[in-house]
Design a protein around this ligand. Structure first.
Ligand SMILES: Nc1ncnc2c1ncn2[C@@H]1O[C@H](COP(=O)(O)OP(=O)(O)O)[C@@H](O)[C@H]1O
Ligand SMILES: [Mg+2]
Length: 254
């Protein structure tokens, strides 16, 4: 295990100034190790997306800093790719063109683009759909295209903001299982934002629980459930116990 943290969030504060100042994040501190899977959970409006945008380098914090690989984040970087709830799939491009888009923009050769897109299209389970247009795909399949696109861009860190938030319950469960399979094969450092307790626990090595706005780090829970994980894990007493703990934390009962 590499003990040098991949991401350090240190003494982070964020306020937005409108007519009056809104404090969104207050003294957030945590570290994420190389190839760790960490989720952030907290009530709606507590500043999760804001925190992710700061880590991505899209927003500058009011105070504090984010350090990736020992360097303070000052702006976006190709080593950090963001996956949003709304997929970033271009409707007029085929699956392959979508997956290769970032590589084309970087000037990667045709041969190399094909090699990379073949690999990630296969990894996300879309082999055979390379020439399909997005409108011919289901919501879950479009999410797979989005994941392949994010991976193909070659990031070391994947920042995911409720990526499965708009999927129906069954597709969402399936995609959670898929994401873990992909991550087992292609380890990356993943920071996953959700307001779904079961999703956070099922996917993660650790879950960071934020308080309601202004978001503060309420507790960091280590999820010691064995891997590889299957959906059945969600029906075990150990899982239910963890869910209860996070639920009570979010309801501010403890
Ligand atoms: N650019 C902005 N300007 C002003 N207020 C903002 C801006 N972005 C977010 N906020 C406010 O910050 C709070 C946290 O938003 P957000 O980070 O999206 O929360 P979450 O993702 O946890 O639901 C909300 O009250 C939101 O209205
Ligand atoms: Mg959000």
């Amino acid at each position: 295990m590499n003990l040098k943290p991949k991401i350090i969030v240190r003494n982070l504060f964020m306020s937005f100034k409108q007519e009056k100042e809104i404090k969104v994040l207050e003294n957030i501190n945590f570290e994420i190790s190389l190839n760790e899977f960490v989720s952030i959970i907290g009530p709606s409006g507590c500043g999760k997306t804001t925190l992710l945008r700061i880590i991505a380098g899209f927003l500058k914090p009011t105070k504090g800093e984010v350090i990736c690989d020992g360097t303070t984040v000052k702006g976006p970087s190709p080593s950090r790719v963001v996956v949003f709830q709304k997929d970033a799939v271009f409707p007029w491009m085929s699956v392959r063109q979508n997956v290769e888009f970032g590589l084309l923009a970087k000037g990667v050769s045709q041969e190399e683009r094909t090699r990379i897109s073949n690999y990630f299209i296969e990894l996300v389970g879309l082999k055979g759909f390379e020439d399909n247009l997005p409108k011919t795909l289901s919501g879950g399949m479009r999410k797979r295209v989005d994941l392949a696109r994010a991976y193909a861009a070659g990031p070391e860190i994947l920042l995911m903001d409720e990526p499965f938030g708009s999927l129906d319950a069954q597709t969402k469960s399936k995609m959670q299982e898929e994401l873990l399979k992909i991550w087992e094969r292609e380890k990356r450092t993943i920071l996953f934002i959700t307001h779904d307790i079961s999703e956070a626990l099922y996917l993660s090595d650790r879950v960071i629980v934020l308080t309601s706005r202004p978001g503060k780090t309420k507790k960091i829970i280590k999820v010691s459930l064995p891997r590889p994980r299957k959906n059945e894990l969600k029906f075990t007493p150990e899982f239910a116990e963890l869910e209860r703990e996070v639920w009570d934390l979010i309801q501010e009962k403890i």
